[in-house]
Write a protein that binds this ligand. Structure first.
Ligand code: NAD
Length: 482
């Protein structure tokens, strides 16, 4: 369904995120016929470029990141024609009058803050003081949203001085993934799962976000953040919220976000012995291509974690006694994000002890190969008696939706369209972000107070051995990362 023509300003339009994600997402939507040729995209960044040069930059980005285009001839030219460039200084006056001249009319205006977090406040203030903020304006704010509770509150306050909460779209691109929304469809659109979705039937839940890459060129930022701030406080907590929340009364932004907030508020403080921090070593024999974390961040004594595993408890009626095990890390054996809902064993083993344990597992894969699998138990085929076998009931979205070979829409495509449509359901509200920092801050403060040093782990492994112990102590095991 096409969206009405709009104006989109991408601050940081020459940056890495714009190149890899935002411009390709916009182009795909344009290809899909969702954007009218009256739409205007203005890239605003520091470099003194003219529009023709910037269009060359866009063409290169699309050649690299949207190589297989299912578009008609001429679509690229049509897309480039709606793109303009304005050189601007987010912290000064340069370029702002030009931007004001380019944006007129009453249609939706979105300002995408694809710049470092130190520019969020200056941009918000200037959009307002140059009269660019109208009823139809909205801003899109990238991560990281603050460094801790204090800074997140300060940032929320500045944004609130300039915009209404209904105009602020805090991006967590995990929420734009097809599977994450399917998680809500599975839970609240079926009779089958919700009655079992509680501590009576669920033994525990595992959330894994494993990356195979290291810190790469982001070492400076990452070393000040670490896995807790960079991944756990936002992406993993958002997934936890969607898995654990009560059914909202309706699928509307505040109803959903109210329920997510209740989950964060019900989280117990995490016990120090329920957390494992790790930091990766160089890959043996491959030190040049894959240096250790400390080499990558150029600090031989860094105590920042590139891996974290923890056990969380949600103190409410539904989840009392069902632990949530969360882990994330860099330079792990594979890139894989998956939520595993581990159901309890059947209460009585009618097939005898030799038939073994066959608990159901619902696996929700976010990447790669988005999809959902339910492990169920059947009889092993053949005349060998009543032997049991686990088989997957598998639903890969590509297959199920008849789009095999085609990538599902990228999270950014959906999220940008939601911004234009004015749907905040998949964006974090200010109070959610603050509550999440309120949970992670004491954990980080505890490490600092104790001088905690992360455990080393091998590049290409599943993380530090202590993370296995965290599970083993409870008689449980992580599902494989692959
Ligand atoms: P980048 O350093 O590649 O690009 C920064 C952009 O900001 C450039 O276009 C630059 O011209 C512009 N800029 C810098 N100072 C400016 C000023 N004073 N006035 C106007 N423009 C200015 O950064 P990036 O990697 O594209 O990241 C942008 C934001 O997105 C950051 O907040 C980052 O944390 C977030 N983010 C990035 C990624 C990613 O994969 N790159 C992923 C998630 C979130």
């Amino acid at each position: 369904i096409p969206v009405d023509p709009f104006d989109l300003v991408i601050f940081g339009g020459t940056g890495d995120l714009a190149r890899r994600k935002i411009l390709p997402a916009l182009f795909r939507r344009f290809c899909a016929g969702q954007m009218s040729p009256d739409t205007q995209i203005i890239a605003a960044a520091r470099s003194a470029l003219d529009t023709a040069t910037y269009r060359g930059f866009v063409t290169e980005a699309l050649n690299e990141f949207v190589p297989n285009r299912a578009c008609e001839e001429g679509t690229l030219a049509g897309f480039l024609a709606i793109i303009d460039y304005v050189a601007i200084d987010a912290t000064g006056k340069d370029g702002w009058e030009t931007l004001v001249e380019r944006i007129q009319g009453n249609r939706v205006r979105a300002f995408y803050f694809s710049v470092g977090p130190s520019l969020f406040a200056p941009l918000a203030e200037r959009i307002n003081s140059y009269g660019l903020s109208t009823q139809t304006s909205r801003i899109v704010v990238e991560k990281p949203f603050g460094h801790d509770l204090t800074s997140a509150r300060a940032l929320n306050a500045i944004l609130a001085d300039n915009f209404d909460e209904s105009q602020i779209y805090r991006i967590d691109h995990y929420l734009g993934k097809e599977t994450v929304q399917n998680l809500m469809a599975i839970r609240f659109g079926n009779m089958l799962f919700e009655p079992l979705w509680n501590s009576q039937y669920v033994d525990h839940i595992q959330i894994t976000v494993a990356e195979s890459v290291g810190v790469g060129g982001r070492g400076g930022y990452y070393d000040r953040a670490g896995a807790m701030r960079d991944m756990m406080q936002n992406h993993l907590m958002q997934l936890l919220c969607l898995i654990a929340m009560e059914p909202p009364a309706k699928f509307d932004p505040d109803a959903v976000r109210d329920e997510k907030l209740k989950v964060i508020r019900a989280l117990d403080p995490v016990q120090p012995h329920h957390i494992v921090r790790g930091q990766y070593n160089a890959a043996p024999g491959d030190e040049d291509a894959h240096p250790s974390y400390r080499e990558a961040v150029e600090d031989p004594r860094s105590t920042t974690e590139s891996y974290i595993a923890l056990k969380a408890h949600i103190s409410n009626w539904r989840w009392a006694n069902t632990p949530f095990y969360l882990r994330t890390g860099k330079r792990l054996v594979a890139r894989s994000s998956v939520i595993n809902v581990m159901f309890k064993d059947a209460p009585h083993a009618i097939f005898g002890q030799e038939a073994g344990r066959h608990a159901n597992v619902l696996s929700i894969r976010l990447q790669p190969n988005e999809g959902i699998t339910l492990k169920v138990t059947i009889k092993e085929p053949g005349p060998g008696g009543m032997r049991l076998l686990d088989v997957p009931l598998d639903m890969s979205f590509a297959e199920a939706l008849g789009a095999e070979g085609e990538d599902p829409p990228d999270a950014y495509e959906r999220l940008i369209v939601d911004v234009i449509r004015g749907n905040q359901t998949l964006f974090m509200r200010g109070d959610e972000v603050e509550a999440a920092w309120g949970w992670t801050d004491p954990i980080i403060a505890g490490w600092q107070a104790r001088g905690d040093v992360p455990k080393p782990y091998d590049s290409g492994s599943t993380g530090p051995g202590d993370a296995e112990l965290l599970m083993k102590r409870d008689g449980r095991k992580w599902q494989g990362i692959n």
